[in-house]
Design a protein around this ligand. Sequence first.
Ligand code: GLU
Length: 297
Amino acid sequence: MPEVYTGRFAPSPTGLLHAGSLVAALASWLDARTHGGQWLVRIEDVDTPRCVPGADQAILQQLASCGLTPDSPVLWQSQRAHVYAAALQSLVQQGWAYPCGCSRKEIESAQAVSRHSAAFYPGTCRQGLKGKPARAWRLNVQAVQQALGLNAVTHWSDRRLGPQQQNVSEEVGDFVLRRADGLWAYQLAVVVDDAAQGITHVVRGQDLTDNTARQIVLQAALGLPTPQYLHTPLVLGAHGEKLSKQNGALALDLQTPQAAMSALNAAALVLDLPAVPAQTTPAHALDEWTALGRTPR
Ligand code: GLU
């Protein structure tokens, strides 16, 4: 049976949708429709301290105001701890995940010595905890790559940005699967759920591009398929800064069809799609953009 295109939008409910997140939502929806596929929504609420109560429902409402309704029931990551635990357990059994006892301070001083960027973990606990209590769980990237005969450099092709590559072990190191505070890491949850939802095509913001190689390694470790990736252009603030909930990007007001239409038109502009007249309904605008049959660019 030919593979059914399945795409998704996976917002973290740390606030309402802003101009940047609507671009990813619209692009993923249009790409799914253009391919005659289905479009799912997943609420990525694993990082509970950063989640805002009620933001999940408000985001779904915002999407609905724009005519973006999912084709299957919404999935909440907060309800899937058992699935993530099983995935971690299978990695531990293979000897591919290990507990890490390093404090933030210890990791920072190791980074200073190795002159690596702040994101890098030098594998201090790979050979054992040396009496320290276990805190986080990490993926032994080299062990996975060696056992599966994978290249140390992960190559992949972004549908918009073209060929990409990253040496995960040298540039990132053994990344976290379960955090020291017991919360599931984004990388593990996203990989497990993209596979569980049968996602064939990931369309998301360009700020996430750098996570893709890690996710590809983790997919291989868990025996899961790798989807196609497309990272959408970012919406920059007035001073060229990345828009994010953290730096106060304005939540979109989508209460009226006109407001939804102007937000959709702004998102369409970023995707190089023509504006539709302001009095058009969101549903009609989506039909017009779908009819153009274009890959987001
Ligand atoms: N939940 C992530 C975010 O809101 C997106 C994850 C993804 O699309 O892979 O930034």
